[in-house]
Design a protein around this ligand. Structure first.
Ligand code: PMP
Length: 364
């Protein structure tokens, strides 16, 4: 879609990346560390200054203590962490439960490990997890569950009740959890992010994965991390060692300084994106799209059934070519796509970009 957006010079609200730059402080520190000669391999599990800052962030945001050296592993983006966690725990024949619509890397990583992704489809408009269905699909081969909250693409935030249901299933069936929390700092209104880190019993069987790309507007740096108890971190590191060995050294040092010197950046992120969501929602107020609630992330779903009977892939092609706005069809996030007429917009863009796109969409 980004390729098509460029080809047709459309406003690109498709792929999830910020239009604005990373903070100046962070960019300066990156340049300085590189200039000062910090350009060689770092320890495989990460530079201790960054591991310590990640642990401090967890203590500040979730009131949880994790021991940095044995539980925090710095990775080359959340995608690497997801891949490594899946390879570390999936044996041929194992089943891993994935909720669709799902981030596209989960199922291929499971299949590459010889496992089977067992898809449970969540349905619009509320994308609620049916825990009875989860129990129904469990088998002796089920090894793990992958969750993502706040959720891309539905923009839903898992509730405390879901976390309790999840805990019951994990314990009763002795399962592991991969918790993709890359949008952990972006929740809106009264929605609180329930991290797998906040419950000791859940955390004892979890890989909690996050991304600096989302938090510091630097998706191209591909920097992330995985927090897991020492026994799971040790398995994780056996794979991480041979996937990448270590991650970008100057960026680790710069991110450690950023977390240390500018904690307000993380604390203000939700408010920053909530304003963008509100701008886009308001600007689409007079359109014929039905706007689905966005509780977190930087995505907004629109139902276009009042506008067109095209399927969502055809509608997105029409939007990019004829209307000048690029969006993502929801069906691509499903193993068995429903026939919903829903598209995803990314609002990590400048206000004027959002207003220009909304103007075009309101004409439909
Ligand atoms: N998980 C989800 C749900 C995402 O949306 C993304 C980024 N699009 C990632 C993981 C990957 O993050 P990273 O860019 O750090 O690999």
């Amino acid at each position: 879609m980004t390729g098509l957006a460029n080809q047709y010079q459309a406003i690109n609200l498709s792929q999830g990346f910020p239009e604005f730059d990373a903070p100046d402080f962070l960019k300066k520190r990156l340049a300085e560390y590189s200039e000062q000669g910090f350009n060689q391999y770092s320890p495989s599990s990460g530079i201790s200054a960054l591991q310590n800052q990640i642990a401090a962030l967890i203590a500040r945001r979730y009131k949880q203590t994790v021991e940095p050296e044995s539980t925090v592993t710095v990775t080359s983006g959340a995608t690497e962490a997801l891949f490594v966690a899946i390879q570390a725990i999936t044996q041929p024949g194992d089943e891993v439960i994935v909720f669709d619509p799902a981030y596209d890397s989960y199922a291929p990583a499971i299949e590459l490990a010889g496992g089977k992704a067992v898809h449970i489809a969540l349905r619009a408009p509320d994308f609620r997890i049916d825990w009875q269905e989860v129990t129904r699909v469990l088998s002796a081969k089920t090894r793990a569950i992958i969750i993502n909250t706040p959720h891309n693409p539905s923009a839903k935030v898992i509730s405390e009740q879901d976390i309790n249901e999840l805990k019951g299933v994990l314990i009763e069936h002795d399962l592991l959890l991969i918790s993709d929390e890359v949008y952990e700092h972006i929740t809106f209104d009264n929605h609180r992010h329930f991290s797998a880190l906040i419950d000791d019993e859940i955390f004892s069987r979890s890989f909690v994965i996050s991304s600096f790309g989302k938090t510091f507007h630097c998706t191209g740096w591909k920097m992330g991390y995985c927090v897991a108890p020492p026994n799971l971190s040790s398995e994780f590191r056996k794979v991480h060692q041979y996937v990448t060995f270590s991650s970008f050294t100057p960026a680790q040092l710069a991110l450690a300084d950023m977390l240390n010197v500018h904690p307000e950046h993380v604390d203000e992120l939700a408010q920053f994106y909530q304003q963008k969501r509100d701008t886009l929602v308001k600007a689409l107020g007079d359109s014929r799209f039905k706007i689905l609630p966005s509780e977190g992330t930087y995505f907004l779903l629109l139902d276009y059934s009042a506008i067109s009977s095209m399927d969502d892939v055809a509608f997105c092609e029409y939007l990019v070519k004829e209307v000048g706005v690029a969006a993502i069809p929801l069906s691509v996030f499903y193993d068995s796509p429903p026939r919903d007429k829903i598209i995803r917009l990314c609002f990590a863009k400048h206000t004027q970009t959002l207003l220009n796109a909304a103007h075009k969409l309101c004409a439909l």
